[in-house]
Design a binder for this molecule. Sequence first.
Ligand SMILES: [Zn+2]
Length: 230
Amino acid sequence: MKTGAARSRPTGASRLVAIWAERFRTPRDRVRWLLEFSVLVVERLSSRARTEYQWQATAFGRGHPVSGWRRELNQPITWEALAEQHRWLRSLLRELSRDESVDIELDHAPAYFLQRTRRGLHGAALTWERPWKDGFRLHTYESLLAEGQRLRFCERPLCRAAFLARRRQAYCTPRCSQAVRTQAYRTVHAERVRAARRAAYARKQRALLGSSNVRVGRVSRQNAAGIGNA
Ligand SMILES: [Zn+2]
């Protein structure tokens, strides 16, 4: 661990390299970052946090350091550019949560490179040669697809938040799972309370009329009108 990293943040390309090492090592890390980013209330972020996200999103969109970029970069993408992709990501996840298919549009045709390495073929999209926005969308597509088995949407209807599931996890958090259980309990409980009330009412009527034949229930319109099937 580089403990001095927080004190003297590296700038430019080396900063992007550091971000990839810290945040984007695996597709799961990248999806985790995307989900965390998607739920941010961007208007409430401090300017420092904004800058941090601008750099992280720049790294995410540009791609992994070995994928061809080693050039100097002095500025991250603008806040406006980031806010636009933030809205795009949110609507993408919303559509997926409704089981709708989503088209991912790029401004430019993607290009890829392949390279022979000691560990076999290495390849990636050439996202330095394209607008950052295209790289952001392309890497969002690739990362979500890579974690497609684990990407789920909370089964609590009021929530529907995206999350990376462990095993058969159906709710995004223990909080949502508890809320659903409480709701189910209340529904069953309310039914029991109604049944108990009906029983108490029937007992009261029997006591009043001195009869054990009193039936308490809904009187059908026919019977109420006195034209029952006699
Ligand atoms: Zn939830």
